[in-house]
Design a protein around this ligand. Sequence first.
Ligand SMILES: Cc1cc2nc3c(=O)[nH]c(=O)nc-3n(C[C@H](O)[C@H](O)[C@H](O)COP(=O)(O)O)c2cc1C
Length: 201
Amino acid sequence: MKKILPALFAALMICLLTACGSSTAEKTSAPEKSAEPAAQAAPADKILVAYFSCTGHTKTAALEVAELLNADTFEITPAEPYTPDDLNYNIEDCRANVEQKDSAARPALAKALDNPAQYKTIVIAFPIWWGAEPRIIDTFVESFDLSGKTIVPVCTSGGSDVLNSVMNLRELCKGATVTEGKRLGITSKDDVKAWLDSLNL
Ligand SMILES: Cc1cc2nc3c(=O)[nH]c(=O)nc-3n(C[C@H](O)[C@H](O)[C@H](O)COP(=O)(O)O)c2cc1C
């Protein structure tokens, strides 16, 4: 009997340890429960008016569009603000001229757009520089995923139209639909509204 007791005790310990081990494995292989209930996806059908403006004309026009569309707004701000000298296109090598001559120039943004996924449509408003969109607009459209979105280009200018910019943006906005564009600041609010309505955004 003295010999049997230690053997029984050892067998009991093995059983207990095996049972313990298997319960630990079950715990680790069980699917993890999220601490929080799944966050509700944000609606992805909102409209944004994003604008770049150095001397205020485009900002005024963009805010009018935002009001007509009941849209959010976002100011496209350069990390390094443009000084009056930077914008003086009579000086051949002023910053704006140098950037416009270089199709690869991408001036840095001061801030990124928060949660772009919530916008289905983005109106992009800019001044015309040397016949086209300022390069910072190119930085902006390349800064997040535009696939599936509708991009609406609008500009202000001293007389040039928006056509070159529309062509450029169609190249740059990968996966997006770029609508026809419009030069603003020359027609009435009613005309702008009629044009926006015609886009069926
Ligand atoms: C560097 C530079 C280049 C410009 N090039 C053109 C141009 O090619 N055609 C044009 O009609 N206006 C041109 N303009 C005028 C601006 O497009 C116009 O003043 C615009 O409304 C300014 O917008 P903002 O006040 O929002 O900055 C140019 C202005 C700057 C500063």
